[in-house]
Design a protein around this ligand. Structure first.
Ligand code: AP5
Length: 219
């Protein structure tokens, strides 16, 4: 089993790199953001409860997201998982450790995508996503080959996220620095942290992640 955490602020490129790792390494992506958006859009009682929280850019409660991850770990059969956007608090990190321990597994590498706030604003404001297959694009750095058509699945349903606005982004960043960035020290102390320059091109970030994984998985 190979278990990887992608850590970084909103817009750092976690989703973009996670999708590539799924294709190239046959791992399963567990994105709590995607799970929560699915619950919100399907109007489940939990989805209704989290919709406002997400729109504001606040974190959803630990109880809800840990529950979502626990369910997926039980139901998905995989060679390993890429945790994208989870854990985001120390309580979530502790819960993940316990869940993996119980299954006789561990985290192999925590990859921090390091970027600066200026770049994040540009990335978030230019992002759009395919509503059908989830492929992530950017107006300038990664546009679709044919305008308005997803390269991957041919869908014409390309959307911008409701929380990708200046006010919500400010709050998402605040939440990141207050509650998630302490995880950098936590995983450093455990000896699991690898830092990658997230400001490089998508291809160069991918290469750096591959180098980290070769190193971490060999050790
Ligand atoms: P979530 O969906 O996880 O959003 P996020 O962490 O804010 O991260 P993003 O999806 O915005 O960015 P990303 O790092 O994946 O970047 P991407 O690859 O898209 O969470 C949303 C909300 O759900 C949270 O605010 C919270 O309310 C809730 N939530 C989720 N998980 C939770 C948890 N565990 N606990 C509590 N609440 C939770 O890239 C961004 C753009 O940049 C794209 O356009 C892309 O094409 C472009 N790009 C990517 N890499 C590069 C590059 N190297 N160079 C140039 N452009 C690039």
């Amino acid at each position: 089993m190979t278990n990887i955490i992608l850590l970084g602020p909103p817009g750092a490129g976690k989703g973009t790199q996670a999708r590539r790792l799924v294709e190239e390494r046959g791992l399963v992506q567990l994105s709590t953001g995607d799970m929560l958006r699915e619950a919100r859009d399907s109007g489940t009682p939990m989805g209704k409860r989290v919709a406002e929280v997400m729109a504001r850019g606040d974190l959803v409660t630990d109880e809800i997201v840990i529950g979502l991850i626990e369910e997926k770990l039980k139901s998905e059969k995989a060679r390993g998982f890429i945790f994208d956007g989870f854990p985001r608090t120390l309580a979530q990190a502790d819960a993940l450790n316990s869940l993996l321990n119980r299954a006789g597994q561990r985290i192999d590498a925590v990859i921090e995508l390091r970027v600066d706030d200026e770049a994040l604003i540009d990335r978030i404001s230019g992002r759009y996503t395919c509503a059908d297959c989830g492929e992530v694009y950017h107006d300038r750095t990664r546009p679709t080959k044919v305008p308005g058509v997803c390269d991957k699945c041919g869908s014409h349903d390309l959307r911008r996220r409701a929380d990708d606005n200046a006010e919500s982004l400010r709050q998402r960043l605040m939440e990141y620095y207050k509650k998630t960035s302490p995880l950098i020290g936590y995983y450093y102390a455990l000896g699991d942290l690898f830092v990658v320059d997230g400001l490089a091109s998508i291809e160069d970030v991918a290469k750096a992640i591959d180098n980290v994984l070769d190193q971490a998985l060999a050790g």
